[in-house]
Ligand binder design. Structure first.
Ligand SMILES: [Zn+2]
Length: 324
C-alpha cells in the first residue's frame, strides 16, 4: 500500500530584509512561521523516528505525513527555527557539514551565496570570473571561458543562467584547488569580512548541535566538506562519510539510525551503495516529488522545496496535497 510522505527542505530562514544581506535567497522568518501553521492545519508533522519505523517496522505513518529538513546547519536554525519548532511541538532534521563546525571554514557554496548577495550586478561577477579563468588558463589547463559559458550557463528552477554559471564553475567545474583560490579572492573582494568571524556568525557551533540532539531534534550527515558525492573518487567518498559519522557520534547522535542528505542532491548508484555499506538508514535527495515510503528506496527519498508549498497560514492547499 502506498505510504506518502512529504519531506520539506529549508536552507536560509531569517529576517532577510533587515539583515546585512537583503539579497540573500531564503525564507523570511515570519513566512516560515506561517508555513508551519499551514502544515499544522493540513498535515501531520512527523519525526525521523516515525519515518524509520514506517520504513523498517511497518508501523504506518499518520495520514498526510510531513517531515521538516534543514540543510547546512546555519546558526539561524538554532536561534530562530529551533525555538519555533519547540513551541509548535514539531521535530526538525538538521543536516550538518562537519567542516564548518570543526574548522571554522566557510563552505564554498556559502561563499558563492554571499558573493552573489553582495554584488549589485551579477554580470560584473561573470566578468571577474572570466578574468580569473584567463589568468589561470595555462597553469590549470582550462578550457576557454566561452566554452564553459555555453556548457554551464543554463537557467534552473530558481536561478538565471549567469547565476547558475557562477555556481557551477565554483562548485565543481574548475579544479578544486583553483575553485578555492578564486572563491577566496571573490569573497575578499565582494564580501570583505574575515572568514573565521563570518563562519562563527553563519553556522551553528558544536554546543548548539549537541543541544539539538539532547532535545530530541534529529541531526544527520551532510558530508564533511559539502562536496558533490557523486563526483568524488570512491576512497574520497568513504573518507567524507567516515569523518562525518565520527562527528555525528561526537554530538551524541544515535549511530544505529543515522541518516544523510546528499550535498546538492548529488546521489548516484555508487553513492547509494557506499551509504548502504556504511549503515545509513535513510537519505534525502533534491528530487522534487512527494515520497512514497513503500516504493521509494530508503536512501533516495525525494523532497519538496519550501517554495513548492503555500506560505500563508490560511492559503488553500496546492497540487502536492492531493499526492500527500
Ligand atoms: Zn547543503
Amino acid at each position: 500500500m502506498p505510504q506518502p510522505l512529504t519531506v520539506v527542505m529549508y536552507h536560509y530562514v531569517r529576517n532577510i530584509k533587515e539583515s546585512r544581506y537583503p539579497q540573500i535567497k531564503g525564507l523570511e522568518l515570519d513566512l516560515f512561521i506561517e508555513q508551519l501553521e499551514f502544515f499544522a492545519k493540513h498535515y501531520h508533522v512527523v519525526t525521523m523516528e516515525q519515518v524509520l519505523a514506517a520504513k523498517y517496522q511497518e508501523i504506518p505513518l499518520p495520514d498526510k505525513a510531513l517531515l521538516l529538513t534543514f540543510d547546512d546547519a546555519y546558526a539561524e536554525h538554532f536561534t530562530h527555527v529551533y525555538p519555533i519548532l519547540k513551541k509548535m511541538n514539531m521535530q526538525g532534521s538538521f543536516y550538518v557539514p562537519a567542516k564548518t563546525v570543526l574548522e571554522h571554514k566557510v563552505l564554498d557554496v556559502n561563499k558563492i551565496h554571499f558573493i552573489l548577495a553582495s554584488v549589485t550586478n551579477v554580470h560584473d561577477l561573470v566578468l571577474s570570473l572570466k578574468a580569473e579563468i584567463e589568468v589561470y588558463q595555462h597553469e590549470y589547463n582550462l578550457n576557454s571561458f566561452d566554452d564553459y559559458f555555453s556548457e554551464f550557463a543554463i537557467e534552473s528552477r530558481f536561478d538565471n543562467k549567469e547565476v547558475i554559471f557562477i555556481k557551477r564553475m565554483l562548485q565543481h567545474v574548475l579544479p578544486e584547488k583553483l575553485r578555492n583560490i578564486i572563491s577566496d579572492k571573490l569573497f575578499k573582494n565582494y564580501v570583505g569580512m574575515d572568514e573565521g568571524a563570518f563562519c562563527r556568525e553563519l553556522y551553528m557551533n558544536k554546543y548548539q548541535l549537541e543541544q539539538l540532539v539532547r532535545d530530541g531534534m534529529h541531526v544527520g550527515c551532510h558530508g564533511y566538506d559539502h562536496y558533490w558525492w557523486n563526483k568524488l573518487a570512491p576512497e574520497a567518498l568513504t573518507d567524507e562519510l567516515e569523518k562525518s559519522k565520527e562527528f555525528l557520534a561526537s554530538l551524541g547522535c544515535d549511530m544505529h539510525n543515522w541518516t544523510a542528505c546528499y550535498p546538492y542532491g548529488s546521489s548516484s548508484y555508487d553513492v547509494v551503495l557506499e551509504l548502504e555499506k556504511q549503515g545509513c538508514s535513510l537519505a534525502v535527495t533534491t528530487e522534487v516529488r512527494v515520497a512514497d515510503l513503500d516504493s521509494d528506496h530508503a536512501l533516495l527519498i525525494p523532497r519538496l522545496d519550501t517554495n513548492d508549498l503555500p506560505k500563508q497560514k490560511n492559503a488553500e492547499t496546492n497540487h502536492w496535497y492531493q499526492q500527500a
